[in-house]
Ligand binder design. Structure first.
Ligand code: ADP
Ligand code: MG
Length: 539
């Protein structure tokens, strides 16, 4: 200040010096203005000399690299800057980041984006552009780098990429689930579903191996579906595994929930040992439950050391549900096929019974009746008394044949049921029964014909069973109409122990009731009597 005052004083004396001083003053003021503009710029600025030494920087640059001006000036960039050109690429030198090449070539450097690590450890994504400062002869005498912090936009971009990837992965998973659901809906055999599920799971979870295992009794499981990368050893289809010790399969067996093991190295037991020997390191497994019971397990395993990705359990769970669906479809299909076969068989055996009864009964009687009548015809003149006796016998024979035919017709479909409905048909049944039958309730109104027939045959078979097996003193029958369905029950006070598996009668009744979407329940504790209960929807 003092010096300036002096020169100002001098300038006042000498016009040339004064002119120079004013020019100096103006230049300084200009430089000052420029400096303050540079200082307040949002972009960082680092200036270096011909040797690449940092000579100056602005506040934004200090902020971006995380070092004060006094720590930057006089230093080489490689001593104060560390960074990488990509999130996980090798680090590059500070000189390269600040465009060293401009000093040798004299050319502006293409801008680059780098990830700096500041001295305090915080990362910053920085966009840097460097250009040489040329002297009058066109030779570089320094380099200026401008930089801006692009961390926020870069992170937003990465989030966008990540969410796009996640969306694509989800869409991929949905497509795989749809493919399998279509297969399941087409009633493909479970083995085909296992094959496709394991292949899709391995692809989606990026694992080399996936399998479906079915639990057996005594802590064992059988491999029923399996997919593996070519050349990778694994558990062959059909092999039976001992689940003693620890494995995801064992854990799911015990917990009934999805489980994971991230490191098999310490797990005890033969299966864990086997998996280790095959090179597997970690697995995730989800339970397959059919009709509320644990049936088996879907397992995905990897040989990688990082273990299975988080969320693998949920994804596996979705596929396990489809496996369960395929199994219960197949089960329902088998049951249906079985009951159809039994219905056909029951029809066939009924026809055989009718044929046998006709052959042995009415047909025999009619044949012998024809013979008798011919004899009567031949002996009419010679021995009229004898002929009269024979005629009497023939009339009795005819009566028996008629009775038998009536009996047979009753077995086929009682006319009384068709004409009068359940109430009179059940009274007739009770009347013919060899033990007291009490009819508690029967609806007065008519029910749909198949429902009446099912109720009638159920009661008829039940009463026959009581007479044949129960040693009961009495049977109670009731047919109640309730809320769109019919409840049929037959209860005796006999020995109990009825077993639908032992004969064909009860099984046939269950089929008949189920064919009408109803349900038959047999309650028959030993010594406690037998109660048959059927619920049949009407309409
Ligand atoms: N009311 C009952 N009381 C005791 N045991 C019964 C009764 N009903 C059926 N059972 C037993 O259950 C078995 C199965 O009955 P069912 O299927 O009708 O076959 P079937 O009568 O042809 O033997 C019978 O063999 C019998 O041992
Ligand atoms: Mg029976």
């Amino acid at each position: 200040m003092k010096k300036r005052a002096t020169s100002f004083h001098a300038a006042a004396c000498d016009p040339v010096t004064a002119e120079r001083a004013r020019a100096d003053e103006a230049l300084r003021a200009n430089e000052e203005r420029l400096r303050s503009v540079v200082q307040s710029m949002a972009e960082g600025l680092i200036v270096r000399d011909a040797q690449g030494i940092i000579t100056d920087c602005n506040a934004a640059a200090e902020e971006i690299v995380g070092l004060g001006r006094d720590r930057l000036r006089g230093r080489r960039p490689e001593d104060v800057l560390t960074g990488a050109l990509d999130a996980d690429a090798q680090p590059v030198s500070g000189g390269r980041l600040l465009g060293d090449e401009a000093l040798t070539t004299g050319d502006p450097q293409p801008p680059l984006t780098a990830r700096l690590t500041r001295p305090d450890g915080t990362p910053a994504w920085v966009w840097i552009s460097s250009a040489p400062v040329l002297d009058a002869g066109g030779r570089p005498e320094g380099v200026v780098s401008t930089m801006s912090d692009v961390t926020q936009s870069r992170e937003a971009e990465q989030r966008l990429v990540a969410s796009e990837l996640a969306t694509r992965a989800l869409a991929d998973e949905q497509a795989a689930l749809r493919r399998i659901a279509t297969l399941v809906a087409s009633e493909a055999p479970p083995s085909a579903v296992f094959e496709q599920v394991t292949a899709e799971v391995a692809r989606l979870l990026h694992v080399p191996s996936a399998s479906v295992l079915r639990y057996e009794t005594d802590l064992r499981a059988t491999v029923v579906g399996s997919w593996r990368d070519a050349g990778l050893a694994g558990l062959p289809l059909g092999s039976s595994l001992d689940l003693a010790g620890d494995s995801v399969v064992t854990r799911v067996y015990r917990s009934g929930n999805a489980e994971r093991i991230d490191d098999y190295s310490g797990a005890p037991g033969p299966l864990a040992e086997h998996l280790r020997a095959l090179g597997y390191r970690s697995s995730v497994a989800a339970p397959v439950s059919v009709g509320g019971r644990l049936w088996g397990v879907l397992v995905a395993s990897t040989t990688e050391s990082e273990g299975m990705a988080t969320g693998s359990e949920r994804r596996l769970g979705d596929f396990a549900e489809l496996v369960a669906q395929a199994l219960s479809n197949a089960d329902a299909y088998d049951k249906l096929a079985g009951s159809r076969a039994r219905i056909v068989e029951a029809g066939d055996s009924e026809r055989r019974r009718l044929e046998r009864n006709l052959h042995d009964g009415a047909q025999q009687r009619l044949v012998s009746l024809a013979l008798q009548l011919r004899m009567v015809e031949g002996g009419l003149e010679a021995n009229p008394d004898r002929a009269r006796q024979d005629l009497t016998a023939a009339r009795e024979q005819l009566g028996h044949a008629l009775e038998e035919l009536r009996e047979l017709a009753r077995g086929i479909h009682p006319a009384i049921l068709t004409d009068g409905g359940l109430a009179p048909a059940l009274s007739a049944l009770a009347h013919r029964a060899p033990l007291p039958v009490e009819i508690d309730d029967v609806p007065d109104e008519r029910l749909p014909e198949p429902v009446e027939a099912a109720a009638y045959y159920l009661i008829a078979e039940a009463i026959t069973n009581v007479a044949k097996h129960a040693h009961a003193s009495h049977v109670a029958v009731s047919v109640l109409r309730d809320n769109g369905r019919v409840l049929v029950s037959v209860a005796d006070d006999g020995v109990g122990g009825a077993d639908p598996g032992a004969g064909s009668g009860l099984h046939g009744l269950a089929d008949r009731v189920e064919a009408l979407h109803g349900h038959l329940h047999v309650d028959s504790p030993p010594g406690g009597g037998t109660r048959l209960e059927a619920r049949i929807p009407i309409g």
